[in-house]
Design a binder for this molecule. Structure first.
Ligand SMILES: [Zn+2]
Length: 456
């Protein structure tokens, strides 16, 4: 499949048809180029000239084109989001997701030289991942850069010309120690094999950290909206944080200031893309309260650990297991909203009960969920997954997103009943009643109202 919006010279065809597409007509008041400021220009490393919005071909420079979905990395082009050299930038936003703002604090307070160039010696991936055929399809991966882990190695010609090209993915190895895994070995539920699971109960993993890289036309298409609506709304709903969204229709890639994804691979990495070898997957959205601190109001940590257990068993059977850990706290509503909802649930008339579980979230947040699972399968395509033998998730949203992305799911693995924490029945029964996968009968409305949680 070719990228219809970009020709081979990388010039966006819309640029030549300025009256035929709303993207080429940013609002007049946003077309101002730059302004001089004397008040914001203290310090020698800070330019006196503040660039409010930068325009295409500004100063005569043409940026390196990105042909999203090209399987040849040189044809695809590097993602250049570093602020070290403004004229080289071919994306909107900057690196490291939300951590880019801490970088700004470090520069502002004088502890970081904004011209620092990363020394990438010995940082290359510990094992290679891809390229897979899905990398050459502009529709299959739209929210991360499939070449993100290789950026430091494949675009070395650019680096010699003083381009600052940073990886958006890093791949390393670790031994992890989880107390529940030790218990499971003692109970005979898991077997030590000495390679994947060591005698001291440590688990050998390969792990990848992925920063978000959004190809805006692809994100818009995935969400069934037009690119201009997406760009304008991203600009407006971040309080005008990224004017380039509306002033640079020639730039189609955005590095959003949001959390990324961590992938934990258990077993042979080569088994992931081989449909003849078994694969287990758990896609887990961050829940700090349960995952790290063991809160018993939800099933997150126990289900995560069960996912790891299934991954170990599948890896030991000659396959691999993958935990996809997404920074989408509180269904991507954030932890403040989540705690507000906890209070609303516990204090409502009739107490915390399964039949009002989703309603209380909607009262506070306006929606039940903002995770946009339709973007989640990108990471599976990056890994080359075509078939999942055991999907450790009950979520219908995740299941639908994965199968709609063309990935076969053989079996769904619900959380074992004995792992549901004391105060989490409200959540699990409400989710089952709303369409989550379960092997038991779902409760009728009357019974659902009787499933109650602890009162504060
Ligand atoms: Zn949770």
């Amino acid at each position: 499949m070719t990228n219809h919006s970009t020709n081979h010279s990388g010039n966006h065809h819309l640029d030549h048809q300025p009256h035929h597409h709303p993207l080429s007509q940013p609002p007049d008041h946003l077309q101002s180029g730059s302004f001089q400021s004397n008040t914001l220009s203290s310090g020698q490393s800070h330019p006196k000239h503040i660039i409010l919005t930068s325009h295409q071909h500004r100063g005569g420079a043409t940026v390196v084109p990105i042909q999203w979905g090209a399987i040849d990395p040189y044809q695809r082009g590097p993602i250049i989001g570093s602020l070290r050299s403004l004229k080289h930038r071919n994306v909107i936003g900057t690196h490291a997701g939300s951590y880019g703002l801490y970088r700004a604090l470090a520069v502002a307070s004088g502890v970081l030289d904004p011209t620092h160039k990363a020394d990438l010696t010995d940082t290359a991936p510990i094992i290679p991942i891809g390229p897979h055929p899905s990398w050459g399809d502009p529709d299959k991966i739209v929210s991360l850069d499939p070449f993100g882990a290789m950026a430091g190695e494949i675009f070395t010609d650019y680096s010699q010309e003083d381009y600052d090209i940073l990886p958006t993915i890093a791949i390393t190895k670790a031994h992890i120690n989880i107390p529940e895994i030790k218990d499971e070995i003692e109970q005979g539920r898991l077997q030590v094999d000495g390679e994947i699971l060591k005698a001291d109960a440590s688990l050998v993993v390969t792990k990848a950290a992925i920063d978000p890289v959004w190809y805006l036309p692809g994100i818009a298409k995935r969400l069934h909206i037009d690119e201009w609506t997406l760009r304008r709304t991203l600009f407006q709903q971040t309080g005008g944080m990224f004017p380039d969204l509306v002033t640079r229709p020639d730039l189609h890639v955005f590095l959003p200031p949001i959390g990324g994804t961590t992938v934990y691979i258990i077993g042979d990495v080569q088994a992931i893309a081989d449909p003849n070898r078994p694969l287990a997957v758990r896609v887990h959205d961050e829940c700090n309260g349960s995952d790290v601190f063991g809160s018993d109001i939800c099933t997150c940590r126990p289900y995560l650990v069960h996912g790891i257990e299934v991954c170990i068993q599948t890896a030991q059977a000659g396959g691999a297991g993958i935990i996809i850990y997404c920074r989408k706290e509180g269904r991507a509503l954030g932890e403040v909203t989540k705690f507000l909802v906890y209070n609303a649930r516990k204090r409502q008339e009739g107490g915390d009960r399964a039949d009002a579980y989703f309603l209380r979230t909607e009262c506070v947040a306006g929606v039940q969920d903002m995770r946009f699972q339709e973007l989640m399968p990108d990471v599976l395509h990056w890994l080359g997954v075509t078939k999942i033998d055991r999907l450790v998730s009950m979520s219908n949203l995740k299941y639908n997103a994965i199968t709609n992305a063309g990935i076969e799911v053989v079996q769904r693995v619900p959380i074992p009943k004995e792992l549901i924490p004391a105060d989490a029945s409200v959540e699990i029964e409400a989710k089952k009643a709303s369409g989550y996968y379960s092997e038991d009968d779902i409760l009728a409305a009357e019974a659902l109202a009787q499933v109650k949680g602890r009162r504060y």
